[in-house]
Ligand binder design. Structure first.
Ligand code: 13P
Ligand code: SF4
Length: 325
């Protein structure tokens, strides 16, 4: 554990180095509060995955420091091939990405050539390159609705819970891959019901990577940005939140008078210290951020995407950005 003085030292050095390297931080709401605060204080962004992609592409800085997980860094690089893109650590991955290897996914697509391939942003560049569309949770329902109205049948990957949610909302023909987020799949409907009983005025906010039983008792289902918006705009003074606890930083900042309670997971209680927090998001820290900025080659934590793959993955990613406007 660092002392307060040490933290302040790191924060100041990171600020200097960001300036010196014409770099800007692009952070996700699930990263640790001090990472989010740094991104805010230095003119970067803290956002959901769709907004991160857009911010990185549009920002004039020549270097991006993506504090999040691997697919976010790859997306930034694909959308801005001329920029250098670093992450505090390239080891920060995602169970959805891991659970959808390119070769198996390609075989699945080949078995269903009549379906429009829609993949979640939480995938590798190679999987995106195989897709007709990329989506994030903030536009998933709208996009599937749109494709369904055009009479298209969908092949969806990799998150089965988000896939089931959009199928349920739209009535579209959606065939799902069976991936899951290790953080969200742990939320338990029983525990949320018990909390609701204890806090009758509370609204339940749920990220759609959660199981259907938890989604079913939500007052609002949405992307991280959409849940934060609900937390600020709804009249309730208490919220039960089923998503990564990193999100409490922004919710508390925007609505300091309100109370936010973590939704229970299977392992909740005294024995569980990492519940509701993504272990890969947690890898983004002050020390590795500074180390990457201090070394010309970013300690080897630079994102490279094969240019041919990047060109192919850019097509469905650009569609996502256009559709989300
Ligand atoms: P959002 O797109 O809602 O930010 O969620 C993406 C995600 O799961 C990051 O882990
Ligand atoms: Fe992936 Fe879940 Fe972590 Fe998001 S929270 S990066 S979906 S494992």
């Amino acid at each position: 554990e660092m002392t307060l003085e040490q933290r302040e030292f790191y924060r100041e050095r990171i600020k200097e180095k960001l300036q010196a390297r014409d770099a800007v931080m692009v952070a996700h709401y699930y990263t640790d509060p001090e990472i989010q605060a740094l991104a805010e204080e230095t003119g970067g962004c803290v956002a959901d995955s769709l907004e991160m992609a857009r911010f990185g592409k549009e920002h004039p800085a020549s270097t991006l420091i993506v504090a999040g997980v691997r697919f976010m860094g790859e997306t930034a690089k694909i959308l801005s091939p001329e920029k250098r893109v670093f992450m505090p650590t390239l080891e920060a991955t995602c169970s959805l990405d891991i659970g959808c290897p390119e070769d198996e996914f390609a075989a699945f697509c080949e078995q269903h050539p009549d379906r429009t391939v829609v993949v979640y942003a939480n995938t590798s560049a190679a999987v995106k390159a195989r897709a007709d569309w990329v989506v994030t949770s903030s536009i998933a329902v709208e996009l599937i609705e749109y494709l369904d109205q055009r009479g298209e049948k969908i092949l969806w990957a990799p998150d089965q819970h988000l896939g089931a949610y959009v199928r349920d909302k739209t009535g579209a023909d959606v065939l799902c891959w069976d991936g899951a987020c290790i953080v969200h799949e742990e939320f338990k409907a029983r525990g949320v019901e018990d909390l609701k009983a204890a806090h009758p005025g509370a609204a339940v906010l749920v990220h759609p990577e959660s199981p259907a039983s938890v989604v079913a008792i939500a007052d609002v289902v949405g992307s991280t940005s959409q849940l934060i918006k609900a937390a600020t705009e709804m009249p309730n003074d208490t919220f039960i939140v089923a998503t990564d606890k990193g999100i409490f930083y922004k919710m508390q900042q925007l609505a300091p008078e309100k109370t936010f309670i973590e939704a229970p997971t299977a392992g909740s209680g005294a024995t569980c210290r990492s519940c509701a927090h993504c272990p890969w998001m947690a890898m983004n820290g002050l020390e590795n951020t500074l180390a990457v900025l201090q070394d010309e080659n970013g300690c080897g934590q630079e994102i490279f995407v094969d240019p041919d793959l990047a060109r192919r993955a850019m097509v469905p990613l650009d569609r996502m950005l256009d559709f989300g406007k």
